[in-house]
Structure formats: C-alpha cells, structure tokens
Design a protein around this ligand. Structure first.
Ligand SMILES: NC(=O)c1ccc[n+]([C@@H]2O[C@H](COP(=O)([O-])OP(=O)(O)OC[C@H]3O[C@@H](n4cnc5c(N)ncnc54)[C@H](OP(=O)(O)O)[C@@H]3O)[C@@H](O)[C@H]2O)c1
Length: 221
C-alpha cells in the first residue's frame, strides 16, 4: 500500500484516479479547490488546494505530515474556447499558464519534503499529447504551449530530483471523456486512470524524465 496525493479529484480523470487507487488498497489524499470531494472512504482524505494560489498550496502541504510516495499532479484547465490567435485575450493566456505550468511547479515544490520523506518518491505530471513538438500543432495555442512548457519542467526536474531518488514523468492520459475531453473523446476516465495507476506502480528511477502515455508507452516530446 502506498500513499498517493492527487490534485483535482472532484471530477474527470482525478476522480477516476481516486476510485482506482482506493480499489487497489492505496491511501489517497485528494485535493479540490474548496476542500470538498464526492468520496467517502477510510483510506481517503481531502484537502483544499487551489493550484493557482501559492499560499493555498503551501497551506495544503503544511496540513499533511505523512510522507507521500506518489504525487499525481492532475489538476489543469483547457482555457477559453475558441482559443485562436485573433481572439484569445493575453490575460486569459496568463491564466492558462498559471494553472498548467506555475501550478504544477507550486505543487511539486510544496510537497517535495513529503516525497523526500518517502524514500522512493515518484511524480506523474498529467500533461497532454497536445504539448508535443512532434505531430500536429493546429488549434488551442495557449493550452498546447502550457503543456509543452510543463513537459520542459519535467525534463529539468528529473535531473534535480534524481539526487533524492525521486522519479518524475510527464503523462499523456489519452483523449478522455471528461468535461475537458468532451463526450466524443476516445476513452473512458476509468480506462485512463487504470493505465496511469499501472504506470505509477511500475515507475522506477531508471525511467525518470520521460514522456509516457496511459498505456505505459514512451512518447516523443
Ligand atoms: N480529457 C482529456 O482528453 C485530456 C487529454 C489530455 C490531457 N488532459 C489533462 O488531464 C488533466 C485532467 O483533465 P480532465 O479531463 O479530468 O479535466 P476536467 O474534467 O476539466 O477536470 C479538471 C480538474 O482540475 C481541477 N482544477 C482546475 N483548475 C484548478 C485549480 N486552479 N486548482 C485546483 N484544481 C483545479 C478541476 O477542479 P474544478 O472543478 O474546481 O475546476 C477538476 O477537478 C488535466 O491536466 C488535462 O489537461 C486531459
């Protein structure tokens, strides 16, 4: 049994991750903006954490004393739709970067001591195939750029965290039927979550610094 911290668990992939982790007997600390979650379980605890708020993220970290074995930084936003060069307000772009790039930075920074205390800490940064430099780059420039920047954070964090024996990967969760992915997406949130959990359970330091998908395959950046 490992202790997982998962951000953004009130809906979507985060919610499915909680269900999957509890079913496997893991302990889960979930975060939501308001500290409420639609889950009640002896192995589940929820804390408030808005990842765009540095003070809130630090307070959340201070509220947790126990070591964290696996951090799944899942919370994120797509940003305005449509999202084109001609009509996206620059301040809306800043909001997307704050949530998808600076937010994960805040979370990893605040919970680093908990990962260090685990002795075998692992981090999954939920990114997106839309942040890849290879392949199509049509549409959603703010979202794509935010996930590309997140991927670069993962590459650099991997070097720093290796000193502490902590592995970190960027993960593409698939195109998932959630509020963000839409009803026409390819896979159910449970399928994505089950794959991501398997990935977390099999992640070792030798695999750090990669971009993986939910099936466990390494992706091009
Ligand atoms: N669905 C897909 O097809 C797909 C594909 C590639 C990557 N992803 C990535 O997978 C992750 C989860 O996506 P999803 O499809 O489950 O999206 P979702 O259904 O829109 O859920 C997003 C989650 O993130 C939380 N969140 C957003 N901003 C937050 C903030 N500032 N502080 C705390 N929590 C915040 C939301 O909480 P609130 O309810 O409070 O907003 C919600 O719990 C995201 O990082 C997304 O970019 C999704």
């Amino acid at each position: 049994m490992a202790t997982y911290l998962v951000t953004g668990v009130n809906r979507g992939i985060g919610r499915a991750l909680v269900d999957g982790l509890l079913a496997r007997g893991h302990k889960v600390i979930g975060t939501t903006r308001d500290g409420k979650a639609p889950v009640e379980h002896a192995n589940f605890q929820v804390i408030a954490c808005d990842i765009t708020d540095t003070h809130a993220v630090r307070q959340a970290a201070e509220a947790i004393a126990q070591p964290i074995d696996v951090l799944i930084q899942n919370a994120g936003v797509f940003g305005p739709r449509p999202q084109e060069l001609a009509d996206l307000a620059p301040d809306d772009f800043l909001d997307v970067l704050n949530a998808n790039v600076v937010g994960p930075w805040r979370v990893v920074q605040a919970f680093l001591p908990h990962l260090q205390r685990s002795g075998q800490g692992r981090v999954l940064m939920i990114s997106s195939g839309m942040g890849r430099f290879s392949g199509s780059s049509q549409g959603a420039p703010a979202y794509r750029a935010s996930k590309a920047a997140l991927n670069k954070l993962v590459q650099t964090f991997a070097h720093d965290l290796k000193r502490d024996g902590i592995a970190i990967v960027a993960c593409h969760p698939g195109w998932v039927r959630t509020d963000m992915g839409g009803a026409g997406a390819e896979i159910d949130a449970k399928v994505s979550a089950d794959g991501l959990i398997q990935l977390a359970e099999n992640l070792h330091l030798s695999g750090t610094g990669r971009f993986m998908d939910w099936t466990g395959h390494t992706q091009d950046w």
